[in-house]
Each structure stands twice: as structure tokens, then as C-alpha cells.
Design a protein around this ligand. Structure first.
Ligand code: PHE
Length: 456
């Protein structure tokens, strides 16, 4: 049997291991960098008034995101199974209760729910690749670009088709397993995305509105900050880092013994945050230059970036490349969203990876239809947080991920014994103490404070 009590060093993952430390960092970065950085961060920041939100988000990333990410990786590596089984096993080993499996279960559910709408938006980026390549935005005015967007999302058949195509792509890679293809894709995608963002940033700087964009992002106006926007910032920190739902735990399960968890986490957190900041800096000046509203919602990048590319020399080319890269970024994130569910089905019900990927993929596709219709046929069907799309987003980002993250740090900080964690983190020195204080006190108190105040 795998995993005798306390014998974690001998445990092996059923799904294989990353070939190197770099492979792991690339995979986690691929999961972290996605629509969350480029599509979601700017519009959520816009809806929540900019500066103060961005500041809270950065604080959440540093003092909550970092310890949660480290906890997830160390739990994953120690358990070496899917998040449900890992939490059950370690719960048993360290704390005498298998009930911790529910934390893994909530993660599996969160991944499925998130991907159901994520895939819809990723489908938009696929379509925007084609639109860019065919010159739909060349020299277009702000009105024309936003008109094109409205017509596009208004057509449920078309965006349903794009959602279907993206889910097909996701099922395909997940079915093939953790390593093949993925590493290569991320290796070139993240640097290329960074380059194009720098190009856009250069363009934004010449728009004449860079100052406004900068001020909007970095001048905090605390009067506009409500507990709800603090919760949105916390939720965004979880979402963008892919934490709180077991994706990183599942990836940690494939991590070789000797890799440094602290170093890898820091690298991913810095890269992910840098990309979100760049996206914001590129987008907000364009918003102001074109008299658009930063609080406009999910269409924000689709209204601003094509416009910028449309006015640039070589715009058709750059715009196409940009949307291809964004589709790739979404793709590598989708894999992370599916992995906990797929690994669970494979281990629990002994299906093949391919069968599990198809089953989970179909379920996600079906759930996604609700989000497809939220932008057209059912756009007036609103309850609680808004449309179906709004509700799935709110429930997952603002409730499930922070709650999952809370339980994960509490488990790593309070339930697991000191030795198991220092063993995994490979140190008992300063870094370990810092992690432990954050995991035991700062992160849980922070998350609770925000959740309680916002949901009350
Ligand atoms: N972090 C991804 C993004 O920013 C989304 C994601 C969340 C991926 C959770 C995997 C797990 O787009």
C-alpha cells in the first residue's frame, strides 16, 4: 500500500512527477497566469474604484496568498494524491479525522464551477483571435469595437460554439496527462505574453492618458472601499493565484521531494502579480483616452485592447498574437481547474485519465451553458449577485476559494504537526517561522475578518 502512516517520503503519485523544479514552476505559473490577470483583474479593479482596491489586493497576495500557496504545495506533496484523498489521508495521519476530505471536495466543486464560466470567456478570446486576424478591428473606432463586442456576446449560438471549442481543447490536454505539451506551452507563452504586454504598455504611455491610468490604479481613495470590495480583492487574490481549491495541491502532489516550496511559491506569486499590474497599466490609460467606463464589467479588455491594436502599426499581427497568447494562458489555467476533479475520478473510480477528462469536461460544459446565456437570452434573469454568470463567479471567488484557503492554512498551521511541515518546507529557520506565523495567525484571521464583515 502507498502511504503508511508517517512514511510520506515513500509515497509516489499515481499520475507521474514533474521532470524538474522548472517544470513545476512553469506548470504552476501556467495555472496562475490566465484570464484572471488580464481579463478579470482590470475590470474588478475598475468596478471597485481602483487604487484602494489594488492596494488591498496586493496586501492580500502578500500576507494571505503566499502562505496559502505554500501550505497547498506542502500538503499536496506530503499526500501525493488527489486533493480529496490527500486531505482525508493527512487528516487521518495528523489530526485523526478523515472529515478534512470535504475541503478537497469543495475544491473539486469550485474548480468545476469556475471552469464552467472561465471556458465561456476563454471562448471569447478564441473568437477574438480570429476577429483580429481577419482585420475586424483595423482602424476601428471605440463605438465600433464595443458594438462588435455587444453583437458578439448577444449571439448565444456563437459564444456557445466558442465555449464548446475551448472545452474540447481543455479535455484534450487533460486527457493526455500532466507533462506532455504543457511544459513547452508555458515555457514560451509567459515570456511572450510579457513582451506583448510591454508593447501595449508602451502604446498606453503615448496615449496621453497614462497619468490618469496610473493615478486610478495607485491613488487609494479609501472612502470608496466597502467590505464588499475588500472581499472582492481577497477573492481576486485567490483566483489569480489559483489557490483555495486544490489545483496547486494537485500539482504539488507531482512535485519531486527536493524542490524548494518557498522559492517556487515566491517566483510564481511575483510573476503573477507583475502580469496583472502590467495589464492594468496597459488598459486603464486606454479606458480614459477613449472615454470608456472603468466599471463596465467583463467586456472591458475586449473593448479596449482591440481598439489600441487597431490604431497601431502592425496591429493586426500583434492583436492576433496577443489573443492567441491569452487563449494559451486560459488553456493552461483550465488544466489546473480540471486537475483536482480528474485526479479524483481516476483514483476513486479507477477510470482512465481520458475517460475522467471527458466525463468532467461534459459536466463543466453543461454548467457553462448557464453562463453562455447570461450575456444574451437570460441577461435579465437576475438574482442575488446578478446573472447566472455573476452568481457562479461570486460564489466561487468570494466564498468558496477564501473558505477553502482558510481551511487549508488552518490545517497546515494548526492540525499538521510542526515536524511534518518543517520537513516539507525543508527548513526550521527564519522562513519556516515566518510561514508558520502567517499560516497560523495572520492569514486565518485576515480571511475570517473579511468574510465575516462582508457577508454579514
Ligand atoms: N489563476 C487563474 C487565472 O488567473 C484561474 C484559476 C483559478 C486557475 C483556480 C486554476 C485554479 O486565470
Amino acid at each position: 500500500m502507498l502511504g503508511n502512516q508517517g512514511d510520506s517520503a515513500k509515497r509516489k503519485s499515481l499520475h507521474g512527477h514533474w521532470s524538474s523544479r522548472m517544470a513545476f514552476i512553469l506548470a504552476v505559473t501556467g495555472s496562475a497566469v490566465g484570464l484572471g490577470n488580464i481579463w478579470k483583474f482590470p475590470y474588478i479593479a475598475g468596478q471597485n474604484g481602483g487604487g484602494a482596491f489594488v492596494l488591498v489586493y496586493l496586501v492580500c497576495v502578500a500576507i494571505i496568498g503566499m502562505p496559502v500557496m505554500m501550505s497547498e504545495i506542502l500538503i499536496g506533496r506530503r499526500g501525493r494524491r488527489n486533493p480529496v484523498a490527500t486531505m482525508a489521508l493527512l487528516g487521518q495521519e495528523e489530526g485523526g479525522s478523515e472529515k478534512w476530505r470535504w475541503v478537497g471536495g469543495m475544491g473539486v466543486a469550485a474548480g468545476v464551477l469556475i471552469l464552467s464560466y472561465y471556458s465561456v470567456i476563454a471562448g471569447w478570446t478564441l473568437a477574438y483571435t480570429v476577429k483580429s486576424a481577419t482585420g475586424a478591428f483595423a482602424g476601428a473606432s471605440a463605438e465600433s469595437v464595443s458594438q462588435q463586442f455587444n453583437n458578439f456576446v448577444g449571439d448565444w449560438r456563437l459564444i456557445g460554439l466558442c465555449h464548446t471549442a475551448f472545452m474540447g481543447l481543455s479535455i484534450f490536454v487533460v486527457a493526455r496527462g500532466v507533462e506532455r505539451g504543457l511544459e513547452q506551452a508555458v515555457r514560451f507563452m509567459v515570456p511572450a505574453l510579457l513582451l506583448l504586454l510591454l508593447l501595449l504598455l508602451g502604446y498606453s504611455m503615448t496615449s496621453g492618458f497614462f497619468q490618469q491610468g496610473l493615478a486610478f490604479m495607485f491613488t487609494p481613495d479609501f472612502d470608496r472601499l466597502t467590505w464588499n470590495s475588500v472581499l472582492a480583492a481577497l477573492g481576486q487574490a485567490f483566483f489569480t493565484l489559483s489557490i483555495g481549491m486544490g489545483a496547486i495541491m494537485a500539482y504539488g502532489a507531482y512535485l519531486p521531494e527536493e524542490t524548494s516550496i518557498t522559492g517556487s511559491s515566491a517566483a510564481v506569486v511575483v510573476a503573477d502579480t507583475a502580469i496583472a499590474m502590467l495589464a492594468g497599466l496597459a488598459i486603464f490609460p486606454l479606458v480614459f483616452a477613449n472615454n470608456l467606463n472603468p466599471g463596465d464589467g467583463p467586456g472591458l479588455v475586449f473593448d479596449t485592447l482591440p481598439l489600441a491594436f487597431g490604431q497601431m502599426a502592425g496591429g493586426v499581427f500583434f492583436s492576433t498574437v496577443f489573443f492567441v497568447l491569452l487563449s494559451f494562458a486560459a488553456w493552461t489555467s483550465a488544466i489546473g481547474l480540471m486537475e483536482p476533479a480528474v485526479a479524483w475520478i481516476v483514483e476513486r473510480f479507477h477510470h482512465t485519465r481520458a475517460q475522467a477528462a471527458v466525463m468532467i469536461g461534459l459536466l463543466i460544459w453543461l454548467l457553462g451553458v448557464g453562463s453562455v446565456l447570461s450575456f444574451n437570452v437570460l441577461s435579465d434573469f437576475r438574482f442575488l449577485a446578478g446573472t447566472i454568470f455573476d452568481n457562479v463567479d461570486y460564489l466561487t471567488s468570494n466564498i468558496m476559494l477564501p473558505l477553502g484557503g482558510l481551511l487549508i492554512v488552518v490545517f497546515a498551521g494548526w492540525v499538521m504537526c510542526r515536524n511534518s511541515t518543517s520537513d516539507e518546507l525543508g527548513t526550521s529557520g527564519l522562513w519556516f517561522s515566518a510561514w508558520r506565523v502567517m499560516a497560523r495567525f495572520i492569514a486565518p484571521i485576515g480571511i475570517l475578518l473579511v468574510l465575516v464583515n462582508a457577508v454579514r
